[in-house]
Design a binder for this molecule. Structure first.
Ligand code: NAD
Ligand code: MG
Length: 392
């Protein structure tokens, strides 16, 4: 019998983490090696009891005592890995084959990098880590013969559409590809007039019309910074310049993205809005496995619409493009300023439209350098967080 694949989930208590466990439970050949959370130790314990991983990691040390006590009381066999660099250890462990990077934000960078440096297959949901580290993460993957399979639905769609024109590492073959088109739902404020955007609340911003996701990415979807980040993500993943990547608003979220080929052919991937589809693809690649997603019925769908984004109302799209064009540490600065601004918006400390204003100000204030090393990137990240906090 084939040995079952060992999977580590970084961020197992989040939206992507829970969907990943749901997909795994439909499949015999994947075992959970390790799970991790930030603070939610109760859910982490439930997951440990059900999936019996070898290790569990809890990032926030304030919760360690409570988690330890619960583990003992429950007679759970999982070992709590309470050491520094625990996330890197479970990502790079010898026994691990697959790593799901589902931590939100820059906090996922070190563990994702550890996974590719150990030659694992990285299922990359944590787009912020790639936006920050760009070519460094890709180059580490190439050097250590690690695969990166994008889980972000748009990039997963493009990965699927590139199929045989994809070369060694998931780069698009420029000779064949005219351009990529990332689709965007447009978020909850797609048709909200500018003057009302001033007053929108975190609750309204997190009520996404099509997807149920973590809070941070929900706000990113509402500002369209999610598309700004995804533009940068696509450029690094598929080795294409920003000028070869378009964005289209597609409110039905059925077409997840497209590849335009030189000969006039356009390939698209379609599916219902369910992250279990790209997750199952990443787990089974190059095979296919059931994901639990409902079958797409095009006859009951409303018509599929496409339009160009309104960058005047949603300046985050242009900010993402500008950071990509500037290159170097600019994407890391953009990402850090965005993380701080989104957290401030969620805490009711700033208004919705101050998010792009803060990012713009931080980007123009922070000098950009070549992103030659992880230390340089971390410095840029730190400086941008300080600058953004000052503005708030
Ligand atoms: P979430 O907020 O629901 O979950 C985040 C997970 O990361 C949780 O398990 C949390 O415990 C953990 N975490 C948070 N901060 C941490 C820290 N400092 N150290 C260690 N662990 C920490 O987020 P999500 O919606 O599941 O998104 C996860 C990632 O996937 C994000 O990068 C997001 O952009 C990306 N993504 C999500 C979706 C989606 O549909 N949810 C779609 C595409 C991409
Ligand atoms: Mg996406």
């Amino acid at each position: 019998m084939m040995r079952s694949q060992q999977l580590t989930i970084l961020g197992s208590t989040g939206s992507i983490g829970c969907s990943t466990l749901d997909v795994v439970s439909r499949y015999d050949n994947i075992s959970i090696f390790a799970l991790s959370a930030n603070r939610n130790f109760k859910l982490l314990l439930e997951q440990c009891l059900r999936y019996e991983p070898k290790y569990a990691v809890l990032a926030d040390s304030e919760q360690h005592e409570s988690f330890k006590n619960l583990l003992v009381d429950s007679e759970c066999k999982t070992e709590f890995l309470d050491v520094e660099n625990a996330l890197e250890i479970i990502a790079a462990h010898d026994q691990v084959d697959l790593v799901m990077a589902a931590i939100v934000g820059a906090a996922g960078l070190a563990s994702g990098l550890a996974a590719v440096s150990a030659g694992k297959r990285l299922l990359l949901a944590n787009k912020e880590s790639l936006v920050m580290s760009g070519k460094l993460l890709i180059d580490a993957a190439i050097r250590h013969k690690a695969e990166i399979i994008p889980i972000d639905s748009e990039h997963n769609a493009i990965f699927q559409c590139l199929a045989e024109t994809r070369t060694q590492f998931s780069a698009a073959e420029e000779r064949f590809v005219e351009k990529l088109v990332l689709t965007a739902s447009g978020g909850p404020f797609l048709n909200t007039p500018n003057r009302q955007l001033m007053k929108v609340t975190p609750k309204q911003a997190c009520a996404h019309p099509k997807w149920s996701m973590g809070q941070k990415i929900s706000v990113d979807s509402a500002t369209l910074m999610n598309k700004g980040l995804e533009l940068i993500e696509a450029s690094f993943l598929f080795d294409l310049p920003g000028s070869a990547i378009d964005i289209l608003i597609h409110p039905q979220s059925i077409v997840h993205s497209m590849v335009y080929y030189r000969d006039g052919s356009v390939l698209a991937q379609l599916a219902n809005q369910d992250m279990r589809v790209p997750i199952a693809y990443g787990l089974a690649f190059p095979n296919r496995m059931p994901s639990g997603a409902e079958v797409l019925d095009l006859t009951t769908q409303p018509p599929l619409e496409f339009s160009v984004p309104d960058v005047a109302r949603f300046p985050c799209v242009s900010l993402g493009r500008a950071a990509l064009e500037e290159g170097g540490t600019a994407p890391a600065v953009l990402n850090a300023a965005n993380e701080i601004a989104v957290a401030a918006f969620l805490a009711n400390r700033i208004g919705f439209q101050q998010i792009p204003a803060i990012i713009d100000a931080v980007l123009s204030k922070t000098p950009c350098r070549p992103a030659a090393s992880l230390d340089i990137i971390k410095d840029a990240d730190r400086a941008a967080r300080i600058a953004a906090n000052k503005l708030i």
